[in-house]
Write a protein that binds this ligand. Structure first.
Ligand SMILES: NC(=O)c1ccc[n+]([C@@H]2O[C@H](COP(=O)([O-])OP(=O)(O)OC[C@H]3O[C@@H](n4cnc5c(N)ncnc54)[C@H](OP(=O)(O)O)[C@@H]3O)[C@@H](O)[C@H]2O)c1
Length: 333
């Protein structure tokens, strides 16, 4: 098999223990084992990529490494009869970009079981506007709908609304007719949240409760929480009876101090989201919805596109104060 060369963002550990990323030329013979080699046309940036690029061993154990938990493009070669060269393919999560060379390179090699056919109606560019963040928002929405929440039941709260998951969650909820409230600690994010169609923007002080009261007045029938910590604990106290919170992130903290009372007195549900290990049938079902009745033509207004040369600075920015919205990475020439 001939060795084909491509560009990739490679993170290396320096002798001083720092982690530095740069664009390098790699060969397909450096890619891991796998039945599917894919030409990556687009990827996208997620918080986990920034952790991987900064040397977080909880995400990536060994360096040099190419991060990128998302990839969309076309199959170059396949040892699996279900795929052939030229098929459009989509990969999110599993081990991609964690300890398997990821979508920040123009080629990946993966087990065929990780890939999905790109659903009709969605090209690689649109799929990577959504990426893992969009798929995660879709899982959260699916959980809310599966809990029989209807738009006329009351408002839904989204925390971390200006981030990638929050942006898609708000757009999906608005598309389906829900009233959406978003918590926003930064006044410079108000115009952005308004542009997403949020019905009410809430000051964190009006959401976070530091009293010892186990329950407060029910304000929301549901919530999508991307931040965790004290904010999630406060939200749980304020969910209406038999409401539901879809928890997917820990942007503020992974620690959750709460009581059982919202669960046993108000009958609320706290549901978790693990998009990286979502089963294939759930992936197929939700990506098909994102390509059809949940399609978001307006999302492109909230997506910035960058090239490999801009990746290093974008990833560093993600660990500080992220600009709002989604970032798509274009890898095709
Ligand atoms: N479970 C899953 O399958 C899954 C999948 C994707 C993502 N995630 C997780 O979901 C979270 C959001 O991901 P993302 O891709 O949307 O990230 P992102 O684009 O970086 O957005 C993070 C959001 O969180 C807010 N935030 C950050 N620190 C905060 C704090 N201390 N208090 C309150 N808000 C804070 C930010 O708002 P400001 O900058 O405006 O403050 C921003 O809106 C991350 O924790 C990520 O790891 C989980």
């Amino acid at each position: 098999m001939t060795n084909s060369h491509f560009d990739a963002f490679v993170v290396r550990e320096t002798a001083e223990g720092r982690f530095e990323g740069a664009v390098e030329s790699k060969g397909s013979d450096e890619l891991p084992e796998g039945s599917l080699r894919i030409q990556v046309d687009y990827s996208s940036l997620n918080y986990k990529d920034a952790l991987s690029a900064s040397g977080n061993r909880g995400v990536t154990r060994h360096y040099p490494h190419t991060p990128g938990i998302d990839a969309a493009g076309v199959v170059l070669e396949s040892a699996d009869p279900r795929w052939k060269a030229g098929d459009p393919a989509l990969v999110t999560g599993y081990d991609l970009g964690m300890n398997t060379s990821g979508g920040f390179g123009q080629q990946i090699r993966i087990p065929a079981e990780w890939a999905l056919p790109l659903p009709g109606g969605l090209n690689a560019e649109d799929a990577m506007a959504l990426g893992t963040a969009g798929f995660t928002a879709a899982i959260c929405l699916d959980r809310l709908i599966g809990h029989s929440l209807k738009p006329d039941h009351g408002p839904i709260l989204v925390t971390g609304g200006s981030g990638g998951v929050g942006t898609v969650a708000i757009l999906l909820l608005k598309k389906l007719g829900y009233r959406v409230e978003a918590m926003n600690g930064r006044t410079d994010r108000t115009p952005y949240l308004s542009s997403l169609g949020v019905d009410e923007i809430l000051d964190p002080a009006s959401v976070i409760d530091s009293s010892s009261k186990p329950l407060l007045r029910g304000r929301w029938v549901g919530a999508v929480d991307t931040v965790g910590g004290d904010i999630l604990a406060s939200v749980l106290k304020q969910i209406q009876k038999r409401g539901i919170v879809a928890c997917c992130g820990n942007a503020a903290s992974h620690v959750l101090q709460t009581t059982v009372l919202p669960f046993i007195l108000n009958g609320i549900t706290l549901t978790g989201t693990d998009s990286a290990n979502a089963p294939q049938d759930e992936r197929e079902r939700l990506w098909n919805r994102l390509a059809t009745d949940w399609s978001l033509p307006g999302l492109s207004r909230h997506v910035r596109e960058i090239g490999l040369g801009q990746l290093d600075s974008e990833l560093k920015q993600m660990l500080g104060s992220t600009p709002p919205g989604r970032v798509r990475l274009r890898l095709k020439d």
